[in-house]
Design a protein around this ligand. Structure first.
Ligand code: BTN
Length: 345
């Protein structure tokens, strides 16, 4: 490890919350005080906030900051053994999904398998069905993962459903919060959407095969006072419902990314059973929107199940059964409120 990495590691873990002197760090790492001073300055130049205390100590200020070093430190730790060259970090980017697709247009998808693009904020975050995804700094994490197995992707619905299960598991584990999946892959807590996932496929036109998937995940961690009008009342944040709010953004990003990459090796039917179990829609009355933007095409239905291809099974008012593999459904707002009450008690 370089002196810079050693100093950051010490400030993040050993002396967390208390100032430590340059002299002590120099002795500890068997380097000169000038080397420590240079390391601290280099970290500050990278945007890491380190305060200098009057008695010559150094203190890490923003313990929840998302920086390339802090994220790499977490995800590339000995335990995780993740290759640092597969990480692309941005303080600000238009969209991590767009960047991932750009990478895939230039390089062999197989070489990019497992690549993570993480950003502190996005200026043109994209959601499903052509919507925008509000992605301000400090409130959430925005990441894309490239998944490109040798055999290609034969079941895109699997990618979408598995990613939702991986994120759900991670949020439950880290925050101790009850979260559910609203088909296809929105994650809800307390009746509010706290995470959106956009999965995009890269098709090889010569072979007709899907060579890669870009799994884009946006998680609202903290409440935002500046929500755009179209998501007020719909969007929430995980910390408002969490039992544990000490999770740092790099810890969340690391756990989500690793969980998503690992889940694809798991048994298909068990993960699909978990997907179904986490669904917040089964038994609910919904409005089906088969064509987004065309209000005339909507119809009411009751959700009765989810099939093994992640299609939503609904019963129409005339008793007819439909398997929906695309489109969107909205919960009736009174039922959404009922969800909140049920989870609160
Ligand atoms: C949705 O709610 O419709 C899906 C939202 C997906 C947002 C994430 S944030 C990271 C990645 N980059 C994007 O532009 N979108 C996804």
């Amino acid at each position: 490890m370089s002196t810079k990495e050693l100093v950051l590691d010490y400030l993040m873990h050993e002396s967390f919350g208390t100032a430590v002197s340059g002299e002590f760090l120099a002795e500890n790492f068997h380097v000169s005080r000038t080397a420590v001073w240079k390391a601290v300055n280099a970290l500050r130049n990278d945007g890491i906030q380190i305060a200098g205390t009057p008695n010559g100590g150094y203190l890490l200020c923003d313990t929840d900051m998302l920086s390339e070093q802090i994220f790499k430190k977490e995800i590339c730790s000995e335990q995780n053994d993740f290759p640092p060259e597969k990480i692309h970090f941005f303080t600000q980017i238009d969209s991590t999904n767009s960047y991932a697709k750009e990478l895939l247009s230039k390089k062999n998808p197989l070489e990019l398998n497992g690549t993570i693009i993480l950003a502190e904020s996005q200026t043109a975050g994209r959601g499903r069905l052509g919507r925008t995804f509000y992605s301000p700094e400090k409130n959430g994490i925005y990441l894309s993962i490239i998944y490109s197995p040798k055999e290609g992707i034969s079941n895109p619905a699997k990618i979408t459903a598995f990613s939702a299960v991986a994120v759900t598991r991670t949020l439950k584990k880290l925050y101790g919060v009850e979260v559910g999946i609203k088909w296809v892959n929105d994650i809800f807590a307390g009746g509010k959407k706290i995470c959106g996932i956009l999965t995009e496929g890269i098709t090889n036109f010569e072979t007709g095969r899907i060579d890669a998937a870009v799994i884009g995940i946006g998680i609202n961690m903290k409440a935002s006072s500046e929500l755009p009008p179209e998501v007020i009342g719909i969007a929430g944040d995980i910390e408002s419902y969490a039992k544990n709010t000490d999770i740092t953004r790099s810890c969340l990003a690391t756990n989500v990314a690793l969980a998503v990459m690992d889940i694809f090796d798991e048994d298909y039917y068990s993960v699909m059973a978990e997907y179904k179990k986490s669904s917040i829609l089964i038994g609910k009355q919904v409005t089906v929107h088969p064509i987004i933007g065309d209000d005339k095409s909507t119809y009411p239905a009751t959700v009765i199940d989810i099939d093994e291809n992640a299609a939503l099974i609904v019963r129409l008012e005339d008793g007819c059964i439909k398997h929906l593999s695309s489109g969107e459904v909205s919960l009736h707002s009174d039922l959404q409120k009922a969800d909140v009450l049920r989870e609160d008690h």
